[in-house]
Design a protein around this ligand. Sequence first.
Ligand code: HEM
Length: 109
Amino acid sequence: MLLEPEVLISLYALHRNPELYPDPDRFDPNRWLPEQVAQRPREHAVPFGAGNRKCMGDKFSWMEATITLATILPRWELRAVPGTKAPTEAKSSMAHPTRMPMTVYPRQR
Ligand code: HEM
């Protein structure tokens, strides 16, 4: 019987490696501008894993997030409540905020 080697990596550690992402805990959406992304090897950002066990929900999740943001953000502005910091919790596949208090303001039309 041929045993195939299994490789485990920590996506949490990869995505917070300061050599790849300076000041990794800072919220910086500009990291994902096309010109920034083009400077990094594709393997530096694998939120849905890779290989045989890659997430089957990746396309659904991108679509859901895009529709959600496209629905909310033209109408509402979300601002973090001053003085609060969103605590993050590392789970098996990702880290996410456990609570993020925000104030919602209607956008001027
Ligand atoms: C932002 C949302 C999501 C993220 C970041 C995410 C991330 C991940 C990651 C990192 C893995 C492990 C991949 C690996 O071991 O290499 C995984 C596995 C998996 N995900 Fe997701 N996922 C998300 C949403 C979803 C959704 C919406 C579904 C279902 C509709 C889903 C279904 C699965 C399944 C079934 C696996 C196991 C695949 C396997 O072991 O063969 N995920 N996901």
